[in-house]
Design a protein around this ligand. Structure first.
Ligand SMILES: Cc1cc2nc3c(=O)[nH]c(=O)nc-3n(C[C@H](O)[C@H](O)[C@H](O)COP(=O)(O)OP(=O)(O)OC[C@H]3O[C@@H](n4cnc5c(N)ncnc54)[C@H](O)[C@@H]3O)c2cc1C
Length: 349
């Protein structure tokens, strides 16, 4: 294990923003992860776990601690092997390669999650989801290093505390676990999930069920149109994906928003959640608060194709992204009394 000093973090993130990590280590095995955690613990140095850097905003001053880059590949842990219907993937594998592996074996469960950037290890952290699927619905087990107990632990799905963009790994026990492996339970020769309106519309009128690969390809196409696929040279994908979560609000609040939308002639789609809460689209709130796609504030801006994605327009500083996010948040709060929650992890703030 080699601990490096003053390593630039910006190139390791999709936003391309932020200062260096005081210390940096790339771990390619579970043993190295345990060693890196022990190193930080002995020196009382804060530790941050970095995967693909697609859901983080690093502060301009960088991170005054140890950035632990998880790079365990499938082969080192026995590979991303298909055990019947369980796809076992090491945390450092690229997520989209994992999706491809499932598609090649004609296993259903990940097809709508094609094209999401980042690593396998990042998927349980915020329970990634898109186009009608969430990883929570297929995760069987998560293996991780427990930094508090200094041992490897395994969590069954029910122990992960999954909810919309949430898990035990990014809420109650944020930072405690370093995920080293995830097992996904898939359905061999299963039918694709076609519940998302845009996807359904794409395949409507056609005879027979599309294949899993066709659905994944369509998802990638939709993502690319929205600047939500990492494509070299596309300025709209210099983002961390959605910067804000869709807020879950009390039904009375949702009713008020619905009435405002009806007044504007919009039939707003809302999604009932557990506990009587209702999830409403943050993009609509932001647009109503006066922010359009392509809005710019210095070198920070809103993607020209996706209202929820804040982008680095070129040479942006973290403080510019934060200022833009705060401007948007304040405007939404003033109009709707709803405070938008940030989705990416803020590192070094
Ligand atoms: C263009 C674009 C589109 C996106 N679209 C979507 C989308 O459709 N749906 C969606 O849910 N997300 C989306 N995202 C966000 C992001 O891709 C996901 O959240 C992804 O899972 C993050 O994985 P990562 O490896 O890049 O994690 P990082 O960004 O490196 O880290 C994110 C968080 O996870 C933690 N983490 C990462 N790896 C580990 C590990 N091995 N152990 C413990 N903690 C870890 C980090 O500490 C941090 O808290 C998008 C991002 C971009 C840039």
């Amino acid at each position: 294990m080699k601990i490096l000093k003053n390593i630039a973090l910006a190139p390791l993130t999709t936003l391309g923003i932020g200062g260096p990590a005081r210390w940096f280590v790339e771990a390619t095995s579970e043993a190295e992860i345990a060693e890196a955690c022990a190193w930080a613990r002995e020196r009382r140095v804060p530790l941050f776990v970095l995967g693909g850097g697609s859901n983080v905003l690093v502060a301009d001053a960088g991170f005054d601690g140890l950035a632990l880059h998880v790079a365990i590949q499938g082969m080192e842990l026995g590979g991303m092997e298909l055990e019947g219907e369980v796809l076992r993937a090491a945390a450092g594998e690229a997520w989209d390669d994992c999706v491809e592996q499932a598609l090649r074996a004609d296993c259903a469960g990940l097809e709508c999650l094609a094209g999401i950037p980042g690593t396998v290890g990042g998927t349980p952290v915020q329970n990634v989801g898109a186009y009608g699927q969430e990883v929570a619905s297929v995760i069987k087990r998560v293996r991780a290093f427990d930094r508090a107990a200094l041992e490897f632990v395994e969590f069954a799905n029910a122990e992960c505390g999954f909810a919309y963009r949430r898990s035990r790994f990014n809420t109650t026990e944020r930072g405690r676990y370093v995920v080293t492996r995830v097992d996904y339970r898939l359905r061999r020769h299963g039918a694709p999930t076609l519940i998302y309106a845009e996807l359904k519309a794409h395949f409507s009128g056609r005879e027979g069920m599309p294949s899993l690969a066709e659905v994944a390809e369509t998802v990638r196409g939709i993502r690319q149109n929205k600047g939500m696929l990492l494509v070299e040279g596309d300025p709209d994908c210099r983002s961390a994906g959605s910067f804000f979560k869709n807020p879950s609000v009390a039904s009375a609040v949702a009713e008020r928003v619905k009435q405002i939308a009806a007044g504007a002639g919009v039939a707003l789609r809302m999604f009932p959640q557990e506990g009587g809460l209702v999830k409403i689209p943050a993009a609509w709130l932001i647009e109503q608060a006066g922010f359009r796609k392509g809005y710019a504030m210095g070198a920070a801006g809103i993607s020209s194709r996706h209202t929820l994605a804040l982008v680095n327009r070129g040479g942006a500083r973290a403080e510019e992204i934060v200022a833009l996010a705060e401007q948007i948040r304040a405007a939404v709060e003033a109009q709707f009394s709803i405070r938008l929650e940030t989705e990416p992890e803020m590192v070094g703030f």
